[in-house]
Every structure is written in C-alpha cells, then in structure tokens.
Write a protein that binds this ligand. Structure first.
Ligand SMILES: C[S@@+](CC[C@H](N)C(=O)[O-])C[C@H]1O[C@@H](n2cnc3c(N)ncnc32)[C@H](O)[C@@H]1O
Length: 293
C-alpha cells in the first residue's frame, strides 16, 4: 500500500505505479466500498484512490489488506492530478457522491470549480471516461455543462456494471433511504481538442535540509497574495531545537509545514514529515523572508 511518495521527484513518473498500466482512479473514495469492487474487477493493474480525509483513508486501510497494486493518496484530488500525477494515466476516473455543499457560500469548496474538467481531461488516456454520480440535480447539471462547454468531452454510456456497484456505497445507501434521486453522468474524452491548462504553482524537488547563515529569524510573519497564503503560526521548543509551524495555501491546496532548526556543525532548517510535503517556490520564497538563507 502506498499512501505517500517518499523521495520521488514530482511530478511522479508512470513507473511509480509499476510496470503495468494504471486503469482506474476513484476520487473521494470515502469508506472504500467502490474501490473494493474495482479491485475485484482487476487486481493485476494498479488501482489509485485519492481522498482528502485522513480518517477515511484509515477506515479504508482497515478493510483492504496490503497489495502492491493499491495506491492511496491523501490530499486534494484536483491539486494532485494537476501537479503531482503524470498526464494520460487513467482509463476511467470515478467520482461517486462528491460533497454537494448545496449552500451558495460553499461554492468555492465544490470540486468542479476552476479548471477541474481540464485537469480530468489531462489525467485521462485517449478515449478515457469520467464517471460521476450525485443525488443533487443542480450539481449534476452544473458539472455536465462545465464538461461539455468547450467540446473536450462528449456524453457516453454509464455501463450497468459500474452503476450497480456504485449504488452500494455508504452515501448511496444513505440517500436511497431518504428516497433521493440519483443522477448518473459518463463523459468521454474528446481527443482532438487540447484545452489550455494554466499551472501557476512551481513544484520543487524534496528538500532534506537548508543550511542557514545565522540563527536569526523573524518571529511574526504572514504573506497573503491573491490566492496564496503563507503564515508563520507558531514557534515552539523541543529537545532538538526550535520547531516552526507554517500554514501554506496555494490554488486551494493547503499544507501545514513543520521545520526544525538544528544547530550542529552548521545551523540547519530541516522539514519534518518530509514525505507529506509538496515543496513549492512559494514556500522557499517565504522562508527566505524569515531566515537568513
Ligand atoms: C459524500 S462523500 C462520498 C464518499 C463515497 N464516494 C461514497 O459514495 O460513500 C465525499 C467524499 O469525497 C471526499 N472529498 C471531498 N473533496 C475532495 C477532494 N477535493 N479530493 C479528494 N477527496 C475529496 C470527502 O472526504 C468524502 O470522503
């Protein structure tokens, strides 16, 4: 089971998933009910799941025993697909009962906001398909229109096999009990139209440590620019040195970062939980304002 990448350069290479071609991805797999069906259908190809809730990943991990072909990622699917995964990877991408956030004030939380359809287009292989089920008619309509607007997708058949399995998930059962309607959408990638995808974030390779010129640092710092945030939240002491906690947000992708300032031969800044961090230019730019790098 691969929950995080370790020292791989980003974006990940196809070979990260092994020699066999990746077929299926599920976005927001919740308790993993549908992932289990996908795995039963084809356990010889790498199966990928992305889930933003760590709790849900833990629940799913308790159900699925170790298998080298199962890859679970913790994070925002849109960000990971846009910046971390290679393009043209998946045959089919499923998104079942994504959070509806029906209230207007939650609009920006809806996954299809921004360039979602373009990100899905690039993640799919030629003729690849995107499957979505929802219990909210407005969500179905808005998502469908967004995908069909630039003719980069066409409507396709939602095969019975996937329909049957998809309506057995936790949320499908919950909404069925409440007698809600289900809306099924299957969209096929139109290969000859290439949408423009603007990548604003510059991803860097993993950093092991940064050598500092001095032990000086600024104790209060925040930088907020358009859709980017960098805040020094806290500084606390540990037996190894000072630990700095930062909150970072870029294109709706949020990270909490912890850096340990150590004094050995040199004074260094070492990221903690390195395997979970995605280093970006924005992070380094801001660290330079706080420390003497
Ligand atoms: C309503 S639940 C549905 C879960 C499951 N598909 C089912 O049918 O039971 C929506 C799931 O999507 C996950 N999710 C929401 N936004 C996400 C995002 N941007 N990236 C990945 N997962 C996300 C949530 O954590 C949650 O588990």
């Amino acid at each position: 089971m691969n929950i995080f990448w370790q020292n791989e350069k980003l974006p990940l290479k196809r070979s990260f998933f092994g020699p066999k071609k990746t077929r299926f991805l599920e976005i927001g797999f919740g308790k993993g009910d549908f992932l289990i069906h996908l795995f039963a259908l084809d356990s010889s190809s790498p199966l990928v799941g992305i889930e933003i809730s760590k709790e849900m990943i833990e629940v799913t991990l308790r159900k699925l025993s170790y298998h080298p072909n199962i890859f679970l990622f913790h994070g925002d699917a849109k960000f990971l697909l846009k910046y971390v995964f290679p393009h043209n990877l998946f045959e089919k991408i499923f998104m079942l009962f994504p959070f509806p956030w029906p209230k207007k004030k939650h609009k920006e939380k809806r996954i299809y906001e921004g360039d979602f359809e373009k990100v899905i287009w690039y993640s799919l292989k030629e003729d690849g398909k995107f499957y979505m089920i929802t219990d909210e008619d407005f969500f179905y309509e808005e998502l469908k229109q967004k995908f069909l607007k630039e003719n980069i997708f066409s409507e396709s058949e939602f095969e019975d096999f996937f329909k049957e399995k998809a309506i057995e998930t936790k949320y499908a059962r919950k909404w069925r009990k409440e007698n809600k309607n289900f809306y099924f959408l299957c969209l096929k990638k139109v290969n000859d139209k290439k949408p423009e995808l603007k990548k604003k974030i510059k991803i860097l390779n993993k950093i092991d440590h940064i050598v500092l010129k001095s032990e000086n640092f600024i104790t209060e710092f925040q930088n907020i620019k358009e859709d980017k945030i960098f805040i020094l939240k806290r500084i606390f002491n540990s037996d190894k040195g000072k630990i700095f906690e930062f909150f970072v947000k870029e294109e709706n992708f949020k990270q909490f970062l912890y850096f340990l300032m150590e004094k050995k031969k040199n004074t260094t800044l070492r990221p903690l939980f390195k395997e979970k961090i995605i280093f970006t230019e924005w992070i380094i730019e801001n660290l330079k304002n706080i420390f003497e790098i």
